[in-house]
Design a binder for this molecule. Structure first.
Ligand code: ASP
Length: 581
């Protein structure tokens, strides 16, 4: 037996016991007469003690052991003289009798400490050392626990985990596919799935009723901090359900997860239509940890002498409470913020609500005190508040105000990472017009059903058709989304027509699904959650990379194993791929 105990479990109750421990040397301290070693494994740290007087040979040996050496020790648990209240094993130490060096270690390229001196690139290159650090290790443990809780809950609700294939065929909708050449079928390619969407629908037709899978998905997109080319979804589908059933089931999942993972009892999640989300927050994933909704001001501010407002499609304001004392410099900084190309506003208009009930604004030339007062009332502003106003084209102004609102939330400390505000956004539009290609795209995906009451609009006013499609948003992050699906061939066919597919194209690409619809497809609906993102959101961090054992960097590379890499000419030849040199 290598070890009797872990490095995280021995306490005062085991004093006197003979034990064996294995682990890595975190650090050693040589105090002349005594040498102390902190031995670390996944479970914790235990102090080892070597006494120069009672066992000089062993003590000399201990002094030769470097950081991250892997050792096995035999010894006796003893009560510590200097107790360490910060760790569970802090009351005891091991009086070591023998040391067995299992493996030496080179000096690690960065310190294996909570606050390491290693930069991003270096830590990615030596990810196995990075994972030894508490921060990364705990994230992986959290991820494991979360996946167990999800499986327990869903299994308890009658969901069955079923695997779907990774080698499938490429489809033109959605993001770019990763392709895999087929050796046995010359000139043909598999694609890695962007999601198991069509397979889970086929499983419903197959009668499996409730399916889930914690599954890897692949999308060849340009990367951002919160995107990975391969990521994990909690993918779910149910038969004979309405939107309401889906929302209830998965609200139940999240309530359970908040309870089990964070010890928080959540109230029922609020719901907001897509249209309201855009109107009041300028985005489809509002952060509801704070208020500051948009207030429309067109009718109050237009048709005076101020041409900027008169020419605007939309004028909206937000009220920043108690910010009336902002200095010129702070207001200038906000103006610079909204003018940044990423935000894209032309300028910022402000109204300060003075303590004496008067107003001071950047448009005093055009508006009198009474005008400003009506604006303040509309915005629910009180003395001491600051009203920030943007105007321009509708979409652009909503987008810019969304950024400004979030920025104000940050500045005012209203986006605390231990506050959780979930929201269902519902009634998404079915379609989205793309100016560049001059065609409609499915807002969610082409298998999403139009709301029955909007179906008649499909032919003549497709942009107005709403779907029973929903997103779950937590703290302004979209953690998942899904929809009620089409399950009748005719409607699916019509949907593909609206998306600009010829009937032949539709049959060629999705014939397998449309044919299956003709063999007794049940009404069904589902949802998928980004599992990596769920981990990040529960922990109040932005980057999903911290919760993936071996993530890719911003250029989609794994610098540790050097992927992607070149392959030999022979391999390419076997795959019938010719490369011009
Ligand atoms: N397959 C969809 C996605 O990956 C989710 C769903 O509709 O269930 O976004």
């Amino acid at each position: 037996m290598y070890k009797t105990n872990t490095c995280g479990e021995l306490t005062i109750t085991e004093v006197g016991q003979k034990v064996r421990l294995c682990g890595w040397i975190q650090k050693s301290r040589d105090l002349g007469g005594m040498t102390f070693i902190d031995l670390r494994d996944r479970y914790g740290i235990t102090q080892l003690t070597f006494n120069m007087e009672t066992n000089p040979t062993l003590c000399e040996q201990a002094r030769t052991l470097g950081r991250e050496y892997v050792i096995q020790v035999k010894g006796t648990v003893a009560e510590r003289y200097n107790k360490n209240k910060n760790i569970p094993t802090g009351d005891i130490e091991i009086i070591v009798e023998t040391v067995n060096v299992l493996n030496a270690s080179k000096l690690p390229p960065f310190t294996i400490e909570d606050n390491t001196d290693g930069g991003d690139e270096l830590r990615m290159q030596y990810r196995y050392l990075d994972i030894r650090r508490n921060a990364v290790k705990n994230n992986l443990l959290f991820r494991h626990k979360l996946s167990m809780e999800i499986r327990n809950y869903l299994s308890g609700q009658g969901f069955v985990e079923i695997e779907t294939p990774f080698l499938i065929s490429s489809t033109p909708e959605g993001a770019r596919d990763f392709l895999v050449p087929s050796r046995m079928n010359e000139g043909k390619f598999y694609a890695l799935p962007q999601s198991p969407q069509t397979f889970k629908q086929l499983l419903m037709i197959a009668g499996m009723d409730k399916y889930f899978q914690i599954v890897r998905c692949f999308r060849d997109e340009d990367l951002r901090a919160d995107r990975q080319p391969e990521f994990t979804q909690v993918d779910c589908e149910m038969s004979f359900v309405t939107q309401e059933d889906v929302l209830q089931t998965f609200e139940g999942l999240y309530k359970t997860l908040f309870q089990k993972m964070k010890g928080i009892s959540m109230e029922d999640f609020p719901r907001m239509t897509y249209n309201d989300a855009m109107k009041y927050y300028g985005c489809d994933k509002p952060d509801l940890r704070f208020g500051m909704p948009f207030v429309e001001l067109n009718d109050l501010l237009q048709y005076r002498n101020f041409s900027l407002f008169n020419e605007a499609e939309l004028i909206i304001g937000i009220c920043a409470e108690n910010c009336g004392n902002y200095t010129r410099k702070q207001l200038d900084a906000l103006t610079d913020f909204v003018k940044r190309p990423q935000v894209g506003a032309g300028g910022l208009v402000y109204i300060v609500c003075n303590a004496d009930g008067s107003f001071k604004s950047s448009v005093d030339k055009f508006y009198g005190q009474e005008d400003l007062q009506t604006v303040a009332e509309r915005c629910n502003a009180k003395a001491g508040d600051l009203i920030l106003i943007l105007c321009g084209k509708t979409e652009q102004t909503q987008k810019a105000m969304n950024e400004l609102r979030l920025e104000m939330g940050n500045r005012l400390g209203l986006r605390s990472s231990d506050l959780f505000k979930p929201l269902w956004v519902i009634d998404f539009p079915l379609l989205e017009w793309d100016e560049e290609t001059q065609r409609f795209y499915a807002k969610h995906h082409p298998f999403t059903a139009p709301k029955p009451e909007d179906e008649y609009l499909l032919e003549n006013n497709p942009a107005a058709v709403r779907a029973n499609a929903y997103d779950l948003v937590i703290n302004g992050v979209e953690v998942g989304g899904g929809s009620v699906r089409i399950y009748q061939r005719e409607i699916q066919k019509k949907m593909f027509q609206v998306l600009g597919f010829s009937d032949e194209e539709a049959q060629k690409q999705f014939g397998f699904l449309m044919n299956a619809f003709e063999y007794g497809a049940p009404p069904h609906a589902g949802i998928a959650f980004g599992f990596d993102r769920m981990c990040a959101v529960f922990n109040g961090v932005d980057s999903i990379r911290d919760f993936i054992a071996f993530p890719k960097n911003n250029s989609g590379k794994d610098v540790m194993i050097n992927a992607p890499s070149s392959v030999s000419k022979e391999q390419l030849k076997e795959l019938n791929i010719t490369v011009n040199e």
